[in-house]
Design a protein around this ligand. Structure first.
Ligand SMILES: [Zn+2]
Length: 471
């Protein structure tokens, strides 16, 4: 049954059109029919019906189509295409100049977020009653974000108030979802190739499918200039290290992957995107260390991908391929940290490339009390303890603020500003871009997961640092 051709017909409003990677075989004003060569292809091909809001662009050999259904009605596809195109250009450079498919479709369902945004901006503060109201509106309107990857397509669900306010986090997933064409869509084990939908058996290699994919997503952003080195360390890696090392009980990533649909693993599913990329990064450092910088994870990955993109592998063939490609001692890394459950040695991993990492340091940290609401790309200020500088209603772009609001206080090497040094914050006040500054105040505290670039590196560290950030 799973191998039979399937045709599906939809009744639709006359001004709607179904966008999908499936072939259209029937089209009239009130219906549209598609054909899939088998169940797997149908399952892998979402269809988005909307009024025509489509943009197209080409990167290298690939035609991209962006299709949007927007609850607010205004067209968004051109704007989305402008955001997506530079990311695909960066990805093209990272993977060596050619992309792996002739065409690719990004589908977006955009929910109208304006009611919640209005409430968040207007409510005076977040005491419990208001928080409850915000959650109620959130539930009522079903605001949520998510993305799923497919062979020639990915489908995104997001919320927006206007083109400018579309969730920037959503666009963080663009590279990740597209990269899944490389793995697990092509480089994978036979458990994925012949996936059994009735009795699913999970592959042991999510360190590769999700870990390497997400780690490469960060490196690609570094290449596009979406991150500078400090953003990459503090905004991309640090939160992943924070979350990826918080498990009380040690776990084997292989066991986790094989049993991800069962408790207790199902409950910590997010670790694929936190611990996974950290494992991939440490694997990259180990590859550089063992080969004295002659190879990186990226080089090893693509060498293997080119050879096996059309050949599903046995479950127990994947790790040996990487070991063979790099160095016999790489086996030990897999045994200790991916098959085994030894605590990750992040400190010595980072040291390989001239980065200093400390799990916890007692030192002065910024003193700053601010109450704000995050609104997609911005935070909107509610209450502040610098009333002469920042005002209620000011909006600060997330890229200037950082995930924990420490970015304005952090120097390019990862250290905090000294007491009295000037903090600079670009912001939007009454629709105008301005910049404010104020002297930093500090207090005694603890800096967890402190990551700084070494001021003095050995020649080998310097060489590997450059190789790492420029790869
Ligand atoms: Zn993924």
């Amino acid at each position: 049954m799973q191998d039979l051709r399937i045709n599906v017909n939809f009744l639709k409003p006359a001004n709607f059109f179904g966008l999908t990677s499936l072939e259209t075989i029937l089209e009239s004003s009130d219906s549209q029919g598609f054909t899939a060569k088998d169940y797997d292809e149908l399952f892998d091909s979402p269809i988005l019906f909307s009024k025509s809001d489509i943009a197209k662009f080409k990167v290298a050999n690939t035609e991209f189509i962006v299709g949007v259904y927007n609850e607010m009605g205004n067209p968004l596809s051109e704007h989305f295409a402008e955001i997506i195109k530079p990311k695909m250009m960066a990805l093209k450079n990272f993977v060596g100049g050619q992309l792996p498919v002739d065409y690719y479709i990004f589908l977006f369902y955009v929910k109208d977020f304006s009611k919640l945004e209005k409430f968040l901006i207007e409510c005076p503060d977040f005491e419990w009653g208001n928080t409850k109201k915000a959650l109620k509106i959130n539930r009522e309107y079903g605001y949520s974000h998510g993305a799923v990857e497919h062979n020639n397509c990915s489908l995104f669900c997001t919320s927006a108030v206007s083109a400018e306010q579309t969730s920037f986090e959503l666009f963080d997933f663009i590279i990740h979802e597209f990269f899944h064409i490389y793995t697990p869509k092509s480089l994978h084990s036979n458990l994925i190739h012949d996936f059994d939908y009735v009795n699913p058996k999970l592959s042991a290699h999510r360190w590769l499918y999700e870990g390497v994919t997400e780690y490469f997503t960060g490196l690609i952003k570094l290449k596009t200039g979406l991150y500078d080195v400090n953003d990459f360390l503090q905004e991309f890696l640090r939160p992943k290290i924070q979350r990826g090392t918080q498990l009380k009980k040690p776990m084997s990533f292989i066991e986790f992957s094989k049993n991800a649909n069962k408790e207790p693993y199902r409950n910590v599913y997010f670790q694929f995107y936190a611990r996974g990329p950290i494992l991939a990064m440490l694997l990259d450092f180990e590859i550089m260390r063992l080969t004295r910088g002659k190879k990186t994870l990226r080089e090893a990955f693509f060498k293997i991908w080119h050879e096996y993109k059309n050949t599903p592998l046995e479950e127990d063939e994947i790790i040996p391929l990487f070991v063979e490609e790099v160095h016999p001692d790489l086996q030990l890394f897999f045994e200790r940290y991916i098959v085994g459950k030894e605590p990750l040695d992040i400190e010595s991993g980072f040291r390989t490339v001239g980065i200093k990492y400390k799990k916890e340091v007692s030192q002065k940290v910024p003193l700053f009390r601010l109450s704000y609401v995050p609104l997609f790309q911005y935070i909107c200020i509610k209450k502040v303890d610098y009333p002469d500088v920042l005002k209620t209603g000011d909006k600060i772009h997330m890229k200037d603020w950082g995930r924990r609001g420490r970015k304005p206080f952090t120097k390019p090497d990862g250290e905090f500003l000294e007491e009295g040094e000037m903090v600079e914050v670009p912001l939007i006040r009454n629709g105008e871009d301005i910049k404010v500054s104020f002297p930093a105040k500090l207090k005694g505290g603890v800096y967890q997961h402190k990551i700084t670039v070494m001021q003095e590196m050995t020649p080998v560290q310097k060489k590997l640092f450059i190789k790492w950030v420029n790869q």
